[in-house]
Design a protein around this ligand. Structure first.
Ligand SMILES: Cc1cc2nc3c(=O)[nH]c(=O)nc-3n(C[C@H](O)[C@H](O)[C@H](O)COP(=O)(O)OP(=O)(O)OC[C@H]3O[C@@H](n4cnc5c(N)ncnc54)[C@H](O)[C@@H]3O)c2cc1C
Length: 247
């Protein structure tokens, strides 16, 4: 799976700070220079002041200002299973590749065995794979080879059947019913920092599935460059905490 930043609010942390300072100023933030808006916040430089204010907001649970900026990500090759988990989060906006209008009629079923079109879970191929909650399966090489063979046989058969149904004139929106839940999909998602932190609370945790954990970690890596003070504080002080943003 690949994740790229498509677009994002410029100077997101200035926006967060302006929003937050609005609550405690008699002047109107709409016509104040940013230095003046931040004048009463401790710190030697404007960057220190922003870091301090953001840390204070997150410590106090004052999360509203983190809803003002937004970032749009393009996700390539998530499974439909992972998509179902991600789209349960209601404070995000989505575009999902259509299986009505995109038909996988040119995919060679032999390539499906090499990881094309259907996501292969690591538990199908890796005897050392550590699963949810750090569960280590006692899996020998022979069992893994069997798992991989069954998995590949099943997805290849599904894709062959799907393509045969297309050849028989079945519309893609109906032929897709035989495809596995691991079928890949491309997604565009727009999130604000608050909703990303909440998703990370739930989906970067040990009890979340490996694929959405991987996706969430990739989103967090990008967010750390986009909103550095916010996600540095989140990673160091908040991730995996007991009291989550939206219990
Ligand atoms: C490990 C794991 C296993 C899961 N297993 C299952 C499962 O087996 N079956 C299943 O159906 N789901 C499952 N889920 C999904 C989970 O129950 C949530 O639906 C999903 O994670 C969305 O998160 P959320 O409820 O925080 O809502 P979000 O949409 O992310 O909303 C964020 C917050 O906004 C508030 N909020 C949003 N909408 C409402 C509302 N209508 N009313 C009140 N408050 C609201 C809540 O405080 C919520 O936490 C699982 C999730 C995880 C992480």
């Amino acid at each position: 799976m690949r994740v790229r930043l498509l677009d994002a609010t410029e100077n997101p942390e200035e926006l967060i700070c302006r929003g937050a300072r609005n609550d405690y100023m008699s002047e109107w933030v709409g016509d104040q220079p940013f230095d003046d808006v931040m004048a009463s916040v401790e710190g030697d430089t404007l960057d220190d002041q922003m870091a301090n204010l953001i840390a204070q907001l997150l410590t106090r649970g004052h999360y509203g200002p983190f809803e003002h900026p937004s970032a749009t990500f393009a996700i390539e090759g998530a499974s439909r299973s992972c998509m179902a988990q991600l789209t349960r989060h209601r404070h995000a906006s989505f575009d999902v590749q259509s299986m009505r209008y995109v038909a996988f009629d040119d995919v060679d079923p032999a390539d499906v065995e090499d990881g094309e079109m259907v996501v292969t879970p690591p538990s199908a191929t890796d005897p050392d794979w550590v699963g949810r909650n750090q569960d280590v399966g006692d899996v020998d090489e022979e069992t893994i080879e069997q798992r991989e063979a069954v998995f590949q046989r099943s997805v290849r058969q599904s894709v062959e059947d799907y393509q045969e149904l297309l050849d028989l004139g079945m519309p893609p929106e109906d032929a897709r019913f035989v495809l596995p839940i691991g079928t890949e999909v491309n997604i565009v998602v727009t999130l604000n920092p608050r909703s990303l932190m909440h998703i990370a609370d739930m989906r970067a945790a040990a009890d979340a599935q490996w694929e959405i954990r991987d996706l969430t970690e990739q989103l967090l890596d990008i967010a750390a460059e986009w909103c550095p003070h916010t996600f540095e504080y989140y990673e160091s002080e908040m991730k995996h905490r007991k009291n989550r943003l939206a219990p």
